[in-house]
Design a binder for this molecule. Structure first.
Ligand code: AMP
Length: 509
């Protein structure tokens, strides 16, 4: 019998590329092995359960659950049922969930069994039905999925229909729902499989959260589109990841994965000999980390750049130089330009400006927010990413930070990354974050928040005198504050908004 290709754009392609049903899709920490046949059956169960609950095509299914293979099958089930999958960060409080449910108006809200009591009134307030899903196959939705037929006729969905809404992490303002179509996700997975040379032989170490684009789409969809398999883990444990490398080929991580791996004495050439590719993204990888990792393992980490709204935009090359501190070249099909933010006029190579992108990867706009959508797209369809960057003579893209992190002091622009680079290069420094704080004379005062390397003692005056002759005077920090660690969100991004808030009165006190 020939398989009829599903008319569901994203799942149809996953199905068409799927290897034999007995092939492994995921091995779990508890020893369970999920085959591709299981993926079809489990996701059909969730799709059937959603349909039976009255979820219709285009309805939102909001989900705040711990990472589990069931949660991943719910994602696929929602896609197959024609619904819009809407994952929410586990860290969000009931008050925050209230905002997301009011904004997205889901037909169904799925939460952990342990949180059902506190979230029931929130779901009821938003008019959403509440179901639960636990990490061990428990929960009301899992029970319903297990009770329906393990087959499902996928709901037809076209390339431009929405597959997911992901709320932006909101480090520079209120979270907005990015609308992602079936083709946004499929086109990116197709390109990444090719660029990063994924095949059915690959085994990925998957230790990222699945409420974010990195773990949900980049990692999962690439594995599915390649017919590959993965070690699927609830969280990243460096010792465990290291052990898994004997039986894996690739790792996708945020930069903190790599700094934590470097702390492991067992990180050696021998231990990583089976691995073919280490990928980093979601936050800047320090050039120092890149170099240290290569020295220890012989592997040059491949850094790429993307965001919730655009999926992946650029990547360092698979073959060719992976340059530390850069995010490589635009992916095939994605156009990237640097503009003067105010006038939108294109800038020459080497000049710093706004990064804008256009392509099949770029989202459809912000959910129920046409003003914000209009404000962030140019008339010719380029999306204004909010990231500042430049393209060097060799074509590599460099990211210099979020536009909103730009410091304007005494009328001069200061790009935090430049100052951070100088400070990070000093002995005894682990890392730094440069921010602008309200200042009576200068508008903003350049301020460095610095973390000492293990065992090192650092002093404000020493840092200042060390960088004095290296930077123009207006770029020099007015103050250097030494802290034990920088605040980070769950994707490893430094939360400069938190730092700006903490030290808000530094120059006015
Ligand atoms: P998110 O939407 O949470 O994925 O955050 C996207 C933002 O993360 C981008 O707009 C960049 O500011 C940042 N980002 C992602 N990848 C990189 C990278 N490789 N280097 C520097 N910043 C990055």
């Amino acid at each position: 019998m020939t398989e009829i290709r599903s008319a569901n754009h994203l799942f149809g392609e996953i199905r068409a590329r799927m290897p034999a049903p007995e092939r492994l899709f995921a091995s779990l920490a508890d020893g369970r092995r999920i085959t591709y046949g299981d993926v079809l059956a489990l996701s059909a169960g969730y799709a059937g359960a959603l349909a039976a609950l009255g979820v219709k095509p285009g309805d939102r299914v909001a989900v705040q659950v711990e990472k589990s293979i069931e949660a991943l099958m719910l994602y696929l089930g929602a896609v197959r049922a024609g619904a819009i999958f809407l994952p929410l960060n586990n860290a969000y409080t009931p008050a925050e969930i209230e905002y997301f449910l009011a904004d997205s108006e889901p037909a169904l809200f799925v939460c952990d069994p342990a949180k059902a009591e506190s979230l029931a009134p929130v779901a009821a307030g938003a008019g959403a039905r509440l179901e639960t899903l636990g990490t061990t196959g428990d929960g009301s939705l899992a029970a319903k999925a297990g009770a329906v037929q393990p087959s499902f006729i996928d709901i037809a969905r076209g390339p431009d229909d929405l597959a997911a809404i992901l709320y932006t992490s909101g480090t520079t303002g209120r979270s907005k729902g990015a609308m992602l179509s079936h083709e946004n996700l499929a086109s990116n997975a197709r390109v990444l499989v090719k660029e990063w040379r994924f095949t059915g032989q690959d085994v990925l170490i998957h230790a990222l959260p699945i409420f974010h684009t990195h773990g949900l789409f980049v990692a999962t969809n690439v594995v599915l589109f390649a017919g590959a398999s993965m070690h699927f883990r609830a969280k990243f444990d460096p010792a465990e990841a290291l052990a898994l490398m004997q039986d894996a080929t690739t790792l996708m991580g945020v930069p903190t994965f790599y700094t934590r791996l470097l702390d492991q004495p067992g990180l050696t050439r021998e231990q990583t000999a089976r691995m073919r590719l280490f990928i980093s993204g979601s936050a800047p990888l320090l050039a120092e980390t890149h170099r240290a990792f290569e020295a220890r393992t012989g592997h040059a980490i491949l850094e790429r750049y993307g965001m919730t709204e655009t999926n992946m935009n650029t990547s360092n090359p698979y073959v060719g130089a992976r340059i530390a501190g850069t995010v490589g070249f635009p992916l095939p099909g994605t156009q990237l330009r640097i503009t003067e933010a105010e006038t939108a006029s294109p800038l020459a190579a080497g000049e710093i400006g706004m990064i804008e992108v256009r392509g099949p990867n770029v989202f459809k706009g912000y959910w129920r927010n046409p003003e914000k959508t209009a404000a962030e797209f140019r008339p010719d369809g380029f999306f204004i990413t909010g990231d500042l960057g430049k393209i060097d003579d060799a074509g590599y893209v460099h990211i210099l930070g979020r536009g909103k992190d730009l410091v304007i002091t005494g009328g001069y622009n200061v790009y935090p990354k430049e100052i951070e680079g100088e400070i990070d290069a000093l002995p005894g420094i682990e890392e730094s974050a440069v921010i602008g704080l309200p200042h009576r004379d200068f508008g903003e005062g350049v301020t460095a928040i610095v973390v000492a390397a293990k065992g090192a003692a650092i002093r404000e005056a020493d840092i200042l005198s060390a960088i004095e002759g290296r930077l123009a005077k207006f770029k020099l920090p007015k103050r250097v504050i030494v802290v034990p660690e920088l605040p980070r969100n769950s994707m490893g991004k430094v939360q400069k908004n938190v730092l700006r808030e903490t030290y808000r009165d530094l120059y006015s006190a």
